[in-house]
Ligand binder design. Structure first.
Ligand SMILES: [Zn+2]
Length: 82
């Protein structure tokens, strides 16, 4: 009798915690989801940073303070809206 081999493939998703790059606080909320702002810049050849990728994460409190004190204009739209 031939043995049948059954291949099982499972997708495992792991939510990795992210710490705020300003205050160090964990960005994972008690419900388990991540509440974090990501600031990302991919600099090109003609910039002074020559192809470097810069990325930082901010918790909600640091995001609010940074946006407020630096007077940054943020475009806001509802999720799922174009
Ligand atoms: Zn923070």
């Amino acid at each position: 009798m031939a043995k049948q081999l059954e291949e099982k493939r499972e997708t495992v998703s792991v939510l990795i915690n992210i710490s705020c790059d300003r205050c160090g606080k964990d960005c994972k909320c008690p419900l388990g989801n991540m509440e974090v702002a990501t600031i990302r810049a991919h600099w090109g050849y003609s910039s002074g940073k020559d192809t470097e990728i810069h990325e930082a994460h901010l918790c909600e409190a640091c995001y609010d303070e940074t946006i407020g004190t630096m007077n940054i204009k943020v475009s806001v739209r509802e999720e799922g809206m174009p």
